[in-house]
Design a protein around this ligand. Structure first.
Ligand code: SF4
Length: 331
């Protein structure tokens, strides 16, 4: 039975320098899809890489696991660097004092990077099953058949080369690769951004079904709030490395409370907005986030109070000194 992983105070820093992400808390629960949304540069991918222990060279990351008695000091996990997109199915680094390290697998935006282009998909899977999972040779065919059925591909499709598969099929095959070592935590980084909306939704629905059936915790990173709202159990809005709002996806999408989330939602094209100009959000400032709210330099509702970082509200939904009126607290 997979246990929840309580990530506390996750941080990513430039080595010896400023903080890019965090401190961030996340409870990863088996059978649930946890979404993290935000614009480019918000720190979504760095967060996933920190969880997998594979942050790019020049950065350091760390987090504490609240489910073990002895906590790991932030910064104890260091990058293996490279960012070559081949970090799937790597366990978290072993500096952690956790008694049982969660098996972590990662699926990337570019699924082709999972595969040796000169090997058929089935051979890549065989290698992972034999050498990463240590499966007996005789058990491999059955496991491959199970993986094919889980990701909705046929054995014949597994016998093709990656370049012979469509974009959606390669992404399904990449998910099979990530599932092969039976991870307890699956990290998915913008895995549908190259797909059309219908295919993207089908793949994310499939991932949700796998999370429930296999009792895997999935962390899904995306810039597409409406899409993840349909397939996730909870969502966190990340802005410049800080979670500013969190909650049930439908609630965050229909009644955003943080000023940044509100602008994001109002900037979504819709039938109702047809013919009208969408609201603009000023570009993110390049300087380091100060002691106050990270949205301070762009926020239309900012006041002097915002130079102090807001705490979470009573319902643990939003951190904002002047939340959007009409939220749960306003009755
Ligand atoms: S805390 Fe202040 S600056 Fe930040 S989003 Fe709320 S109103 Fe805007």
């Amino acid at each position: 039975m997979n246990a929840p992983v309580d990530v506390r105070s996750l941080e990513v820093r430039i080595e010896g320098g400023r903080r890019l992400v965090g401190p961030l808390d996340l409870r990863l629960e088996p059978g649930r899809v946890h979404a993290i949304v935000g614009e480019s540069g918000s720190g979504k991918t760095l967060t996933l890489r920190a969880l997998a222990g594979v942050v790019p060279e020049g950065l350091s990351a760390g987090w504490n696991d609240a489910t073990v008695p002895e906590a790991m000091p932030p910064g104890a996990v260091h990058a293996d660097g490279g960012g070559d997109g081949r970090a799937a199915a790597t366990p978290a680094p072993t500096e952690s004092p956790r008694s049982e390290i969660p098996r972590t697998a990662m699926v990337f935006q570019d699924p082709a990077s999972f595969f040796n282009p000169r090997w058929r998909v089935e051979r890549s899977l065989r290698e992972v099953l034999r050498y990463a999972r240590g499966l007996r040779r005789s058990a491999v065919p059955q496991r491959i058949a199970t993986l094919a059925s889980q990701v909705g591909l046929s054995l014949e499709e597994f016998r093709r080369y990656p370049f012979e598969l469509s974009g959606g099929m390669v992404q399904r095959a990449a998910i099979a690769m990530a599932l092969a070592p039976e991870p307890t935590v699956l990290l998915a980084d913008e895995i549908t951004s190259a797909l059309d909306p219908e295919r993207a939704e089908r793949i994310l629905e499939m991932l949700h079904g796998i999370a429930v059936a296999q009792r895997i915790a999935v962390v899904l990173v995306s810039h597409d709030l409406p899409l993840v709202a349909r397939v996730s159990d909870d969502v966190r809005v990340l802005y410049r490395g800080v979670v500013v709002e969190k909650g049930a996806p439908a609630a965050v999408l229909s009644r955003p409370m943080h000023r940044y989330t509100d602008l994001l939602v109002r900037a979504l094209p819709s039938q109702a907005q047809r013919g009208r100009a969408l609201p603009e959000i000023d570009p993110a400032p390049s300087e380091e986030v100060g002691a106050g709210c990270p949205f301070l330099g762009r926020c239309p509702a900012a006041s002097a109070a915002c130079s102090v970082m807001p705490a979470w509200d009573d319902t643990d939904r939003v951190r904002c000194h002047h939340p959007v009126p009409g939220g749960p607290d306003d009755g």
